[in-house]
Design a protein around this ligand. Structure first.
Ligand code: 13P
Length: 247
């Protein structure tokens, strides 16, 4: 049985003190959950969040990283820096990074390899635009993103990659993919992983993301292939995020 992983992605929201208060509130609300609970906070809030999450079942993640360990990359944060302060998870290749910060399948692939090298658990994001869905190329697009991202990873690394299927048209729009549509794309992703590495495909955790909220979490997460969610807006309020975790 695959574990459900419910991760919050705060994006560019909350400062360090707000993060600490949030974790202190959330820890009581999710303490009995058997799901993996992850909160991905802005860089400047990581230390306080990690401290507040000590001796709880909440794991802290970053939302991005550079693929190099160090060097002349002004403004960037390295995987080693994240690991050194106790970060466990890192989101790689979110559609907002691909769209606004020129992340390509190639840099996403480099970042995935680097995340594993430094002991971070990557959450790889893939997903199609509305135009691509209307053109009927969702399957080709998403499976290609997955193939390019996983290129050159070991079987073990592939097995340990969490994938978040996030249709871009469902992000922050209030429009959720139907649970059947989301499940179908996630099955395609799993089939693609089978083509790459049959042994681990059934173990790979594949989440859904895009307007997940407490009202739709149960229906989505109970689908056969949806192993939890990557939650944006609804993760900003501890009480609402806890409802999603405890769906
Ligand atoms: P929303 O839940 O706000 O739609 O955001 C989804 C997302 O992008 C999570 O990474």
């Amino acid at each position: 049985m695959r574990k459900k992983v419910i991760a919050g992605n705060w994006k560019m929201n909350k400062n360090a003190v707000e993060a600490e208060n949030y974790i202190n509130e959330l820890k009581e609300l999710v303490k009995d959950s058997t799901n993996e609970v992850v909160v991905c906070v802005p860089f400047i809030a990581l230390c306080k969040a990690i401290n507040a999450a000590k001796e709880t079942n909440i794991k802290i993640g970053a939302q991005n990283m550079h693929f190099e360990e160090k060097g002349a990359y002004t403004g960037e944060i390295s995987p080693k820096m994240l690991r050194d302060i106790g970060v466990e998870y890192v989101i790689i290749g979110h559609s907002e990074r691909r769209e606004y910060f020129n992340e390509s399948d190639e840099t996403v692939n480099k970042k995935l390899k680097s995340a594993f090298e430094y002991g971070l658990k990557p959450i790889l994001c893939v997903g199609e635009t509305l135009t691509q869905r209307e053109e009927g190329i969702t399957k080709a697009w998403v499976t290609n993103q997955v193939r390019l991202a996983l290129d050159g990873l070991t079987n073990e690394q592939i097995g340990n990659t969490i994938i978040a299927y996030e249709p871009i048209w469902a992000i922050g729009t209030g429009k959720t993919a139907s649970s059947e549509d989301a499940n179908e794309v996630i099955r395609w992703i799993r089939e693609e992983i089978k083509n790459i590495c049959r042994e681990v495909a059934e173990n790979v955790i594949i989440q859904y993301g895009g307007s997940v909220k407490s009202e739709n979490a149960k229906e989505l997460f109970e689908m056969s292939d949806i192993d939890g969610g990557l939650v944006g807006g609804a993760s900003l309020i501890a009480e609402e995020f806890a409802k999603i975790v405890n769906y």
